[in-house]
Ligand binder design. Structure first.
Ligand code: HEM
Length: 426
């Protein structure tokens, strides 16, 4: 798919040499194919401006602001669903659909401000569930003939995302995140001939997918595993959540002082954090891909080296270490407390790579973790939720999560089949 040969480096011992070596770059042409982005906008990924922007707007003080906003939007999304079903009866739906609804609405409003996510939700779902098709090596005319509906959905999203950012800027500036503003401002510094309005829309689509495409299945799988845990484990996690995060009452806004502390309080929830990391260990199937820009050697031992020629593609595949029994004992068993700080050794820390690594590591990793934590915390505090059919329960004999096979390699794979749940508000 990416070049004639791909070298998989599966031993985490050597990953640092790849992370640190400036010859290993992002495969921007392949990324461009999925989002129709031009190489100039994708070149931004390798600039210091963007790297500094990531640190400034997705970490520290700004992360606290984003987390407070996320908390507000997750809560509002859940409450609006409650208003749709005013009686106290159980509501039935698919667990993936439920996770999508929660993350799609709340993450878009947090990043993009006061826009209506539902106006392009159908096209987003089409794009998201078929994104892998854009990377298949089909000739363009075949793709156009058989997947014109998919191209149409993508173009619609690109257009919408451009318009939402640039036609109503003054109003949106009050509500959109500084992160999205920074990225759009960076692109607007280029002349119109170099970066067109379509390129800006495409870049925003790439960003939107990066923020939602993995977080939704991460929330899904975390819930999937937790709903299979014993009552004692669930009580322990709920107790920790209630200790650090005050339950939300009524429809009032989050109080001012609560806003500032929410991000710090999430850091204290170590059982919840461990349960999420254990989920990511089992379901993070991304291939971490680098293109080698000059002939390079990786030192394997005192006597051996691995020669990587210019233009070769190198892949770090964290799944290999996440499922290695020499690193994680009983790798196919979900152990919610495996990632408690006191339970981890150096090799496990080095081999756990759900967000990639080195200078291209996922810049949204802290926001992603906070989004998952807030979602799970709110669900456990405010909902009674259970599988409708216990056929779907994770069994000791099920070795690998039941992924949608075509999505392995692209991030966190969604489930192969939907699992029905029922829930009601406490
Ligand atoms: C559970 C959720 C998430 C997972 C598992 C995830 C995973 C990843 C991975 C594996 C990469 C490639 C890293 C590499 O090549 O070393 C990546 C890149 C990226 N992610 Fe995430 N991500 C998540 C959420 C987010 C969020 C919430 C955002 C934005 C707010 C985001 C923004 C990005 C961007 C912009 C890149 C490209 C970075 C660059 O090279 O400049 N991600 N992510």
């Amino acid at each position: 798919m990416f070049s004639k040969t791909m070298t998989f480096v599966t031993d985490s011992h050597y990953w640092n040499q790849i992370h640190r070596n400036p010859s290993f770059m992002l495969p921007t042409e392949e990324m461009a194919k999925a989002f129709d982005a031009n190489s100039l906008t994708l070149g931004l990924f390798e600039t210091n401006d963007l790297a500094h922007g990531y640190v400034r707007y997705l970490q520290g003080k700004e992360l606290k602001q984003l987390t407070a906003k996320l908390a507000q939007h997750i809560r509002q999304t859940l409450i609006s669903k409650r208003l749709e079903h005013t009686h106290s009866n159980w509501i039935e739906c698919g667990l993936f659909k439920f996770s999508h609804m929660l993350i799609f609405e709340s993450v878009i409003k947090t990043l993009y401000g006061d826009i209506d996510p539902l106006s392009f939700e159908r096209e987003y779902r089409m794009f998201d569930s078929n994104i892998h098709l854009f990377l298949y090596p089909y000739p363009a005319f075949i793709f156009k003939q058989f997947y014109s509906w998919l191209i149409k959905a993508k173009n619609f999203l690109i257009e919408q995302l451009y318009q939402r950012q640039h036609q109503d800027q003054d109003r949106l500036n009050e509500t959109r995140s500084l992160f999205v503003k920074m990225i759009n401002d960076l692109m607007c510094e280029y002349p119109e001939q170099a970066i067109t309005t379509k390129d800006i829309g495409s870049f925003n689509l790439a960003l939107l997918w990066a923020a939602i495409g993995n977080t939704t299945p991460a929330v899904y799988w975390t819930l999937f595993y937790l709903l299979n845990e014993s009552t004692e484990t669930m009580d322990l996690i709920k107790q920790e959540i209630n200790q650090y995060l005050s339950p939300l009452t009524g429809y009032d806004d989050i109080e001012e002082d609560d806003k500032d502390h929410r991000s710090d309080q999430l850091d204290k929830c170590i059982y919840l954090d461990s349960a999420i990391n254990e989920t990511l260990r089992l379901v993070a199937t991304a291939m971490i891909i680098r293109r080698c820009s000059s002939d390079t050697k990786i030192i394997l031992s005192n006597t051996k080296t691995l020669e990587i020629p210019k233009n070769e593609t190198v892949v770090l595949f964290p799944c290999a270490s996440h499922y290695d029994p020499h690193i994680f004992k009983d790798p196919f068993v979900y152990k919610y407390d495996r990632f408690l700080p006191t339970n981890l050794d150096v090799k496990q820390k080095r081999s756990f790579l759900p967000f990639g690594g080195g200078r291209f590591v996922c810049p949204g990793r802290y926001m992603a973790k906070n989004t998952i934590k807030l979602s799970i915390a709110f669900i456990l505090q405010h909902l009674e939720i259970e599988f409708l059919d216990n056929r779907h329960q994770a069994s000791e004999t099920r070795k690998i999560p039941d992924f949608q096979i075509s999505r392995i390699g692209y991030g966190i794979a969604p489930p192969r089949e939907e699992h029905k749940i029922r829930y009601r508000f406490r």
